[in-house]
Design a protein around this ligand. Structure first.
Ligand SMILES: Cc1cc2nc3c(=O)[nH]c(=O)nc-3n(C[C@H](O)[C@H](O)[C@H](O)COP(=O)(O)OP(=O)(O)OC[C@H]3O[C@@H](n4cnc5c(N)ncnc54)[C@H](O)[C@@H]3O)c2cc1C
Length: 481
């Protein structure tokens, strides 16, 4: 048993004691945002649930302290993955709690533009503000949220705010799932990217997953599901524990919550493509481009709440991009900077003088997820001309902001990164063009469900987590019905 359990949860001998002989009511694959919310709902409904997670269990007592260790221990493939042409990077969490451990916990409801385009593409009638509202409310009731207070904005946020004002752009404060960050004590939220060591960030470890485990959820970490076998009234999952022990588990129903790439890979490798032709299609990632402004004075962008503000300009939304003030730890920044050797080193020495704004685009060019004959995942995802136009419009706005604030130099980061991995199992009415039905089960498979980021039919251009939570709540009632 990992150390983390002892400090976080009540004595619970169901943790890491999964039973290969019994038939569970439900098995959930993946303990991220969706998996944790699903687990709580199902356990609360009295079901016997097993949660399988490929990543390790960490908690505030043992989250990796060094950035380099966090990358390799909390993410798939040693920290970073790439598309086929190696010009777009992806960060895919692999840890108990999934994205909620490493993400920035910024929460937004979808606007009409996002919901309308989901509805139009999927034909699913509940993608309206009215239908989603009760589910957003239920999701929000699980997590404490705070707007970053103005008095704690750091210098990077001030540059963002002043630059927006001088260019007549509109901005707003970010809302974050957090509690008692105590900035006045000198806490820096950038550390939360490796897991929050004060339990201030409201990851699922301290919200839904904690509650589910304390109420009898069975969980097995370090278990990668490799194969799914569907039978009429039972589902079997086969996988590997600690990369060496093969085990199989059975349940009446299966919930796939291993994210856009995880779900697609698993179903493709289990032979579902023949019956689900749209499997692996329509993959999106909100590619983001970080732009650094080099200033004469020290900015210390990583101090305090390192993200506080977002664009709220209807023009930006119409043009398909959003801006946020942001920063990254040193290894991340070093990957963004140009040059090699001495030139790169000299720039890195100025890290405390760098402000940073990211442009994230609402990508329009659908990618695809495939696997080769060895089961290895291949991501075909490129920016099309429209995507590049969106990126360039965002970068132009950032240039205006930094220039108006006296930046000595503006550096466009080397590497676009997709953090919001979405699609592959798109939801929709028609089996030919979608994978998941409006009742959240796979077309043709009434006992296999999904409600995580994989079911997004396209890119909303808005932080996805809150909507994943809301959809998962909605889906849970279909699983235990
Ligand atoms: C650095 C970063 C910052 C972000 N910031 C924000 C933000 O501020 N706001 C926001 O809304 N979103 C943010 N996101 C995105 C957000 O975290 C994701 O959209 C969200 O976590 C997706 O939820 P999910 O349940 O679909 O999958 P995940 O949370 O990714 O969970 C999937 C889980 O399944 C496990 N898994 C995968 N395959 C298998 C398998 N075969 N067997 C067993 N387990 C498996 C994985 O290890 C993982 O733990 C951020 C992401 C990153 C990386």
């Amino acid at each position: 048993m990992a150390i983390g359990y002892q400090s976080l949860f009540n004595d619970n001998d169901s943790v890491d004691k999964a039973n290969t002989h019994k038939i569970y009511d439900v098995i959930i694959v993946g303990s991220g945002v969706s998996g944790s919310f699903m687990a709580k709902e199902l356990v609360d409904a009295g079901l016997d649930v097993l949660l399988l997670e490929a990543g390790e269990f960490f908690s505030r007592t043992n989250f990796p302290k060094k950035e380099i260790d966090a990358n390799s221990k909390l993410y798939w493939s040693g920290g970073i993955e790439f598309n086929k042409s190696a010009d777009l990077a992806f960060l895919r969490p692999k840890v108990v709690g999934g994205g909620s451990i490493v993400n920035q916990a910024l929460l937004d409801r979808f606007d009409d533009m996002a919901l309308d385009s989901f509805k139009e593409q999927s034909g699913v009638s509940f993608f309206t503000k009215e239908s989603m509202q009760p589910w957003y409310e239920k999701a929000e009731s699980e997590i404490h949220q705070e707007v970053i207070p103005k008095e704690h904005r750091n210098k990077n946020a001030e540059i963002f705010a002043k630059g927006f004002e001088e260019n007549n752009y509109l901005y707003d404060s970010l809302t974050r799932a957090q509690k008692n960050c105590a900035y006045e004590e000198g806490n820096d939220c950038i550390e939360c990217l490796s897991g929050c060591r004060r339990d201030s960030k409201q990851s699922t470890l301290i919200t839904t997953l904690k509650s589910a485990i304390n109420n009898g959820l069975h969980m097995k970490s370090l278990f990668e599901v490799k194969n799914i076998v569907h039978k009429t009234d039972e589902v079997r999952v086969d996988g590997i524990h600690l990369k060496r022990e093969y085990e199989s588990f059975r349940a009446k129903k299966l919930v796939l919550a291993s994210g856009a790439m995880g779900n697609s890979k698993l179903l493709l490798n289990s032979g579902f493509k023949k019956s689900l032709p749209a499997l692996g299609q329509n993959f999106y990632s909100h590619p983001q481009f970080m732009v650094l402004g080099l200033f004469k004075e020290q900015i210390n962008s990583g101090n305090g709440p390192f993200q506080a503000l977002k664009s709220a300009d209807p023009n930006f939304r119409r043009k398909g991009f959003k801006l946020e003030n942001v920063f990254a730890p040193p290894v991340g920044i070093s990957m963004l900077l140009p040059g090699h050797g001495e030139e790169h080193q000299q720039l890195m020495k100025k890290i405390s003088h760098m402000a940073c704004i990211e442009v994230a685009i609402r990508d329009t060019n659908p990618g695809s997820i495939k696997t080769n004959r060895h089961g290895k995942m291949i991501i075909d995802k490129k920016l099309n001309e429209e995507d590049k136009k969106r990126k360039n419009a965002g970068i132009e706005a950032i240039n205006n902001i930094f220039s108006s604030q006296g930046a000595q130099r503006i550096i466009e980061g080397n590497l676009p990164i997709g953090l919001h991995l979405m699609g592959g199992l798109g939801i929709g009415e028609r089996a030919r063009f979608s994978v998941v039905t409006p009742d959240f089960h796979l077309h043709g498979y009434k006992n296999i469900f999904a409600a995580d980021s994989s079911i997004f039919p396209n890119a909303p251009g808005i932080n996805p987590s809150l909507t994943i939570m809301a959809l998962t709540k909605m889906a849970a009632s279909k699983v235990f019905r």
